[in-house]
Ligand binder design. Structure first.
Ligand SMILES: O=P(O)(O)OC[C@H]1O[C@@H](O)[C@H](O)[C@@H](O)[C@@H]1O
Length: 283
């Protein structure tokens, strides 16, 4: 292979697009949820996907990069984390740019949403794969005739190798809201490590974060239009209660989420918004 390629495939019953680069990097994205399920770079799987993930469309898929939209968590009347992660998106195709390739999906707010969310809203997800790099851009357009507001996140489940040495660096000294402790305010002391439940909402860091583990170092950055970063790991106690995770899975993952939460994004009719999260293997 001399050029990046995108091929349609079915993986464990899910219609997917498989993106492959000449250097061996590979990404799989499901039409269900427009969800990245796998990213292999420098020979390592960089995404956590639960072996107990529900893949039959009856629930959100636990792992990869769920698109939480147009509502983050329970902050509104919609089902938790919105409906987009539980619906099939329309695949629009892929196009190459040099050593990179971008595949695109489209989602429209449809009837099941309208009782709680009576708006015309279109979302697009662009997944760009380049050597050592994955960039995921969500965009939203108000296609209706009234103003609307949304919240959301790219709920990225990063694979962790070597839980005892894994550390997320770059948030030291940052203020956060501790969602695991009734949203009490706190300040980050040292790197984020695995151990107990972590469910924290930080303001976006201007500098990229770094996840260091036994596989190397992954740099994580997000556009300013994602104003918050959520870091989530259920820890052993909560993990044991989640039916779609195995008991020790909390040691295999860390969610670092690019999010828009505290100030909902307001869109007038015809207005457009876009924001990306970029993951880069640097060591
Ligand atoms: O189990 P879900 O619906 O995928 O949510 C997982 C987690 O997602 C995180 O974004 C939230 O901050 C957590 O509070 C939540 O538990």
């Amino acid at each position: 292979m001399t050029q990046p390629q995108a091929a349609r495939t079915v993986w464990r019953g899910l219609a997917c697009t498989q993106i492959s680069l000449p250097n061996g990097d590979c990404v799989r994205v499901s039409d269900f949820g427009a969800q990245v399920l796998s990213w292999t770079a420098r020979g390592h799987e960089r995404m956590f996907l639960s072996e107990r993930a529900v893949l039959n469309g009856s629930a959100a898929i636990r792992g990869g990069v769920p698109v939480c939209f147009p509502q983050f968590n329970a902050r509104g009347p919609l089902p938790k984390h919105g409906l987009a992660r539980r619906t099939v998106w329309h695949y629009e195709g892929a196009s190459g740019q040099g050593d990179a390739i971008t595949a695109r999906w489209r989602w429209e707010a449809a009837a099941p949403l309208h009782a709680e969310f009576p708006h015309g809203l279109r979302a697009e997800l662009a997944v760009t794969v380049a050597p050592d790099q994955l960039r995921i851009a969500l965009s939203a357009t108000n296609t209706g005739s009234s103003a609307l507001a949304f919240t959301g996140a790219l709920h990225t489940y990063l694979a962790v190798q070597g839980a005892d040495i894994a550390a997320l660096q770059g948030l030291e000294g940052a203020a956060f809201w501790d969602a695991a402790k009734a949203f009490s305010p706190a300040v980050q002391s040292g790197a984020v490590a695995l151990g107990e439940e972590v469910d924290r909402v930080y303001a976006r860091s201007a500098q990229p974060l770094e996840l260091r583990d036994a596989a190397g170092t992954l740099q994580i950055s997000q556009d300013a239009a994602w104003p918050e970063t959520v870091v989530w790991n259920p820890g052993p106690a909560l993990c044991a209660t989640l039916p779609d995770m195995q008991g020790a899975d909390w040691m295999r993952m860390l969610c670092v989420e690019a999010a828009a939460i505290n100030q909902p994004v307001a869109l007038h009719p015809g207005q457009h918004w876009q924001a990306a999260q970029t993951l880069q293997v640097i060591a």
